[in-house]
Design a protein around this ligand. Structure first.
Ligand code: ZN
Length: 339
């Protein structure tokens, strides 16, 4: 998932010299993409047999996405069906101008990513154009091997921004297709895979908001604060118990929080209090020490990994980055998995 407010200031003009350098790489790559029309986009965007988004999305989240409070009290299957139907209505066919912008931006994104796609090549990527009504007019996301792009972003002059966001989305698809690579990169950032989803009360589960680019809840990050140690469990929850028509934007509900996790005989248990406040602010120091400050887009391990992937492509293209020494070390550790 990617939002425009997060956009960095990096310059992404592809110089002629770089073009010549990258052209053979692109031509030799197996990676490919195609643009979807509205009917194939409607099918693809609502099909998820990998992350099972539609089986996991909670009625509260559906009510926020659809901006209709009543869905909160519906059963999960009905709410998910309503979301599916609305998503299908918002699938678009790109016109000629949009098609050219998407093709140019995606080719550039593939060229830039090419050095990191050799060992882990992508399947054919599908690009779908959508109304940005549900998540917001600047929110991109992926599902299976598709990238879904809000139409307001596909405008002339926006190719550089699109290219950078598409590189981020390309990582999500690579990560989804190579779980072993995913686990290795998450581990470099500090996350450990749990063998099962921790036990959590129903009241907590109903407040979870999914990241469509990482629906997996099985990760923890061990943290140390002076003499104390915690298994921190990163989650996105709704900061409100129900949709409020006065607050229509989906991202206004999104609350990222670290929750303490306890090992029990059943596996892991979430320490949850009704306030959803989780670990105190002082635990974010050790958290950022581990994940570094390479990105502030921290809502899921796959987002951290995707932004570090973008940094790798920028460094590879010769762009000067200004990261902390720990940030560079993290990039080096991630890069070695691509060699
Ligand atoms: Zn993302």
């Amino acid at each position: 998932m990617k939002m425009i407010w997060y956009k960095r200031n990096g310059v992404f003009g592809l110089s002629f010299v770089w073009f010549l350098f990258l052209l053979p790489v692109y031509l030799s790559a197996q990676n490919d993409f195609k643009l979807l029309d509205s009917s194939s986009c409607a099918l693809a965007i609502t099909h998820d047999t990998v992350d099972h988004f539609f089986e996991r999305v909670q009625p509260l989240e559906v009510s926020i996405l659809l901006k209709q409070a009543e869905w909160k009290d519906s059963i999960q299957e009905s709410a998910a069906l309503a979301l599916t139907e609305r998503m299908q209505q918002y699938a678009l066919t790109p016109d000629d101008t949009q098609r050219k912008i998407l093709e140019t931006s995606m080719k550039n994104a593939m060229d830039r990513s090419a050095p990191f796609l050799k060992k882990y090549p992508l399947p054919q990527i599908q690009l779908g154009l959508i109304e940005g009504t549900l998540y917001g007019p600047s929110v991109f996301y992926t599902r299976e091997n598709g990238i879904y792009i809000p139409k307001d972003m596909v405008v002339s002059g926006n190719e550089t921004t699109l290219t950078q966001i598409l590189i981020h989305e390309i990582f999500h698809i690579q990560s989804r297709n190579y779980p072993t690579l995913q686990q290795k990169i998450y581990a470099e950032i500090g996350f450990i895979k749990l063998d099962r989803i921790p036990d959590m009360p129903a009241a907590f589960r109903s407040r979870i908001l999914l990241n469509p680019d990482g629906t997996d809840w099985n990760f923890t990050i061990p943290l140390r604060l002076q003499d104390e140690e915690e298994l921190a469990y990163p989650m996105i929850v709704s900061n409100q118990p129900q949709f409020d028509p006065a607050v229509p934007a989906f991202f206004a509900y999104l609350k990222f929080q670290l929750f303490p996790l306890y090992a029990s005989d059943k596996g892991y248990e979430l320490d949850y209090t009704d306030d959803l406040n989780g670990l105190g602010q002082d635990w974010y120091g050790p958290f950022f020490q581990k994940i570094t400050n390479n990105t502030q887009y921290i809502i899921h391990p796959d987002e951290l990994a995707a932004d570090n992937f973008v940094l790798l492509t920028r460094r590879k293209a010769g762009e000067k980055l200004s990261l902390s020494p720990e940030g560079y070390k993290l990039l080096d550790r991630i890069e070695k998995h691509y060699k």
